[in-house]
Design a protein around this ligand. Structure first.
Ligand code: TRP
Length: 451
C-alpha cells in the first residue's frame, strides 16, 4: 500500500481530477437516454433539483470524510467508527459491478470510432446498424475485450497520469465540439419539438420512477455513493475551499450532461418525429442518433471521428479510475501484489462483462426481473445499491458522527454558506426520500403497488 499520499496541487488540480473521473459515459451516453425516456423537461427539472440538494450535500459529505481521514472508502468508515466499516464495503461493491458493463459500452464506442475511421460512417446511420451489431455473438465481445484490455494495460503500467494529462486537454475540446453538435442539431428540421420536450416540464409525466431514475443517474454521473469522492477527498489539501470545489465539479458534470441531451434529444425528434419507441430506445439512443446527425452535416465523418475519440477518452479516464478503485480495495484488503491484483480484476471483469455482451444476442432470452444482463447490472448498482449506500452515509453522518464534524472540516478553509441546507438534507430530507423511493420501487417491482 502506498504510504505517502500525494495531494492535488491546489483547487484547480482537485476540481479537474474529480471532474475527469465524474465526466464520462454517464453524462454522454446515460443521461440523454434517461431524459428522453422519462419525459424530457420533467426529468431535467428533477435532476437539477436533486443535484442542488442531494448531490451537493452528499458530495460535500464524501469529500470531507475523505479529507478528514486521509483514507479511501473502507478505511475511512472504519477510522470514523469501526461498527460502520460495512458501509465502506458496500460502497466498494458498486465499482465492481459498474466496471464490467461500463467497459461493454466503452467497447461500443470503439466500434463506432472504428466504423467512422474506416470510412463506413454511412452504414452507421442505418436504423438497424446498432441492433445488428449488439446482437452478434462475437463482435461486441471483441470490442469489449479491447476496451477493458486497454484500461487494464494503463492501470497495470501505472501511466494513468499520462492519460489524465491528455484528458485535461481533451475535456475543453469535448465541450466545444458538443456545443457545436448541439447547435447544429437544433437547426435540423423538426428539432424544435425536441427542444420543447427537453425544456418544458410536463408534470403529468412526474412519478416516483422519474425521481428514482434521476437519483440513480445523479449518483452514477457524479460518482457518488460508491466511495470515489472519499478517495478524491483524501488527496485534497486542507487549504483548498471544499464547498466551492464541489460546486464547480457539479456545475461541470451537469453542464456536460445537459449538453449531451441537447445534442441528442432534438435530433431524435428530427429523425423520427419523437414517437415513443424512438424516445424509449434506452442504452442505444446515442449510438443510433448521432451517426444520423453526423451524416447530415458537412464534414460529418471528420466531426464523428473527433467526437468518438473524445468520448473514448472521457470513458477511459472513468474506467481507469473505476479499475484503480477496485484494484486498490482488493490490494489493501488481501495484501496482494499490485500486478497480480490487476490481473485478477481484469479477469473478473471479463467474466462479469460477458453476460452483458451476450444479453443482447445469444442470451437475450434470459431475463432477470424482466431485464437483460446489462440493464440488470445497471439497475442493481444505480437503483438499489447506490441509494442504499447514500442512505447509510446520511444516517452515519447525520446521527453517528454528526454533521458538525464534517462542517468543521469543510470550514477549515472558507465559510460553508450552505451548512443549514447540508444538515437538513443529510439528517432528514435525503434519508426519508431515499427510503420512500426505494420502498415504492421495490413494491412496484414485486407487483404490490402501482406507481
Ligand atoms: N461518473 C462516471 C460517468 O459519468 C461513471 C462512474 C461511475 C465512475 N462510477 C465511477 C467513474 C467511479 C470513475 C469512478 O461516466
Amino acid at each position: 500500500m502506498q504510504k505517502t499520499r500525494s495531494s492535488f496541487t491546489g483547487k484547480i488540480g482537485f476540481v479537474l481530477a474529480a471532474a475527469g473521473s465524474a465526466v464520462g459515459l454517464g453524462n454522454l451516453w446515460r443521461f440523454p437516454y434517461l431524459a428522453a425516456q422519462y419525459g424530457g423537461g420533467i426529468f431535467l427539472l428533477v435532476y437539477v433539483i436533486l443535484a442542488l440538494t442531494f448531490g451537493f450535500a452528499l458530495m460535500c459529505a464524501e469529500t470531507s470524510i475523505g479529507r478528514k481521514t486521509g483514507l479511501s472508502v473502507v478505511g475511512a468508515y472504519k477510522a470514523l467508527d469501526k461498527r460502520f466499516s460495512f458501509i465502506g464495503y458496500l460502497a466498494a461493491l458498486v465499482p465492481v459491478i459498474i466496471l464490467p458493463y461500463y467497459s461493454v459500452i466503452g467497447g461500443w464506442v470503439i466500434k463506432y470510432l472504428y466504423t467512422f475511421v474506416s470510412g463506413q460512417a454511412g452504414l452507421a446511420c442505418a436504423d438497424n446498424f446498432f441492433s445488428d451489431f449488439i446482437s452478434q455473438p462475437a463482435e461486441p465481445i471483441g470490442w469489449f475485450l479491447l476496451y477493458i484490455g486497454a484500461t487494464a494495460v494503463i492501470v497495470l503500467m501505472g501511466v494513468e497520469k499520462g492519460v489524465e494529462k491528455v484528458s485535461k486537454f481533451m475535456m475543453p475540446v469535448l465541450i466545444i465540439i458538443a456545443i457545436f453538435i448541439a447547435g447544429y442539431s437544433l437547426f435540423l428540421p423538426g428539432a424544435i419539438d425536441g427542444v420543447k420536450y427537453y425544456f418544458t416540464p410536463d408534470f403529468s409525466r412526474f412519478s416516483i420512477t422519474t425521481v428514482l431514475a434521476a437519483m440513480g443517474q445523479l449518483f452514477y454521473s457524479m460518482s457518488l455513493a460508491m466511495g470515489i469522492m472519499i478517495t478524491y477527498g483524501s488527496y485534497m489539501k486542507k487549504d483548498v475551499n471544499l464547498s466551492s470545489s464541489v460546486k464547480q465539479i457539479e456545475f461541470f458534470d451537469t453542464g456536460i450532461a445537459f449538453l449531451a441531451g441537447l445534442m441528442i434529444i432534438p435530433a431524435v425528434f428530427s429523425f423520427s418525429g419523437g414517437d415513443s419507441s424512438a424516445l424509449n430506445q434506452g442504452p442505444g439512443l446515442m449510438f443510433v442518433t448521432l451517426p444520423k446527425v453526423f451524416d447530415s452535416m458537412p464534414a460529418g465523418t471528420f466531426i464523428g471521428i473527433a467526437f468518438f475519440v473524445l468520448v473514448l477518452f472521457a470513458a477511459l479516464t472513468s474506467s481507469i479510475s473505476l479499475m484503480e478503485t477496485v484494484v486498490s480495495i482488493i490490494q489493501d484488503k488481501f495484501k496482494l501484489n499490485r500486478k497480480i491484483t490487476c490481473v485478477i480484476v481484469f479477469a473478473g471483469s471479463i467474466i462479469l462483462g460477458l453476460p452483458s455482451c451476450l444479453g443482447y444476442g445469444m442470451w437475450s432470452a434470459i431475463k432477470i426481473l424482466g431485464m437483460q444482463f446489462l440493464d440488470f447490472f445497471d439497475f442493481i448498482s444505480n437503483s438499489v445499491l447506490m441509494p442504499i449506500v447514500a442512505f447509510l452515509t446520511c444516517i452515519f453522518v447525520g446521527y453517528i458522527i454528526k454533521p458538525q464534524t464534517l462542517i468543521d472540516e469543510i470550514e477549515l478553509n472558507g465559510k460553508f454558506k450552505q451548512k443549514t441546507l447540508f444538515k437538513v438534507v443529510i439528517k432528514y430530507v435525503a434519508p426519508v426520500c431515499i427510503v420512500l423511493i426505494l420502498l415504492s420501487s421495490i413494491l412496484s417491482a414485486a407487483g404490490i403497488i402501482k406507481i
